[in-house]
Design a protein around this ligand. Sequence first.
Ligand SMILES: C[S@@+](CC[C@H](N)C(=O)[O-])C[C@H]1O[C@@H](n2cnc3c(N)ncnc32)[C@H](O)[C@@H]1O
Length: 277
Amino acid sequence: MAGNEPGGFVPLDELTGPRPTLAVETAVPAAVPIEITVKERYDTLAQAGTSNLCCAPQAIYTPDQLDGIPQWVLDLSSGCGAPLGAIDLRPGQAVADFGCGAGLDLILAARRVGPGGRVIGIDGSLSMVRTARRAAKETGHTNIDVRVGDIRRPPLRPSSVDVLLSNCVLGMFPDKAQVLEAISEALRPGGYAVISDVVYLDEVPEGAVTTGEADADDYARCVVGMTTDQYREMVVSAGFDHVDIRDDGSVAYRDGARVTSATIVAYRGQPPETPCC
Ligand SMILES: C[S@@+](CC[C@H](N)C(=O)[O-])C[C@H]1O[C@@H](n2cnc3c(N)ncnc32)[C@H](O)[C@@H]1O
């Protein structure tokens, strides 16, 4: 043994001899968190250039709103409501879109805040971010800045935006409160969030749970939901001071399913005297 050799050297035959057999790790590999699987699924869609998830924008926006949007942006959009249809953006405002996808809402917002305003898109998929950057460039909007990031820890300064958009994104997170916290932190006092998501009008159907048993498919389709009342309670518990919720009715998914969409406007601080919506 090494300790028996003069000077503590390990004899050569011990170094070159057969290695001891190591116990083979038989444990099941750790499960990939749902959020990672979901993000990868959107990355694949962005690379394919077309979405089969959530809603075609023609099902949720008016032809006027979609005028001038490149077809390839429409093909990849995966929203489930029209948050920008619910609010009045003003020139000069700073807007962020959490989970901006291919960039449709970024373009719609940029048109309204004008060259003096600023629109920041954040998405976890690098391929989606590339697509949204291309969309901004092709439509000539130099006031759009798209960043890769996880919206639970967004690359944004706290209290830096006036309006925070999110279209069909919170439904994908098992821990929605964490996203709401990040949304609240990004908003300046007096700012507000406008969030479109899928909800259930009455009870949550059996099997559609918000944590635990749902799989990545359910989350990717944003239908792991809550009732409108549960959604409102969750937003109020996240510390918003005033919450309005609007039922946008039934919308058609790309795969033919029909779901109910709601748009939530949640204020940090008191609503402005001239209401936003
Ligand atoms: C249902 S799509 C909605 C996209 C866009 N809002 C729209 O209306 O077309 C959800 C988006 O959230 C992004 N996403 C998923 N997980 C994310 C995360 N952890 N952080 C940021 N974005 C994420 C996906 O890449 C995808 O673009």
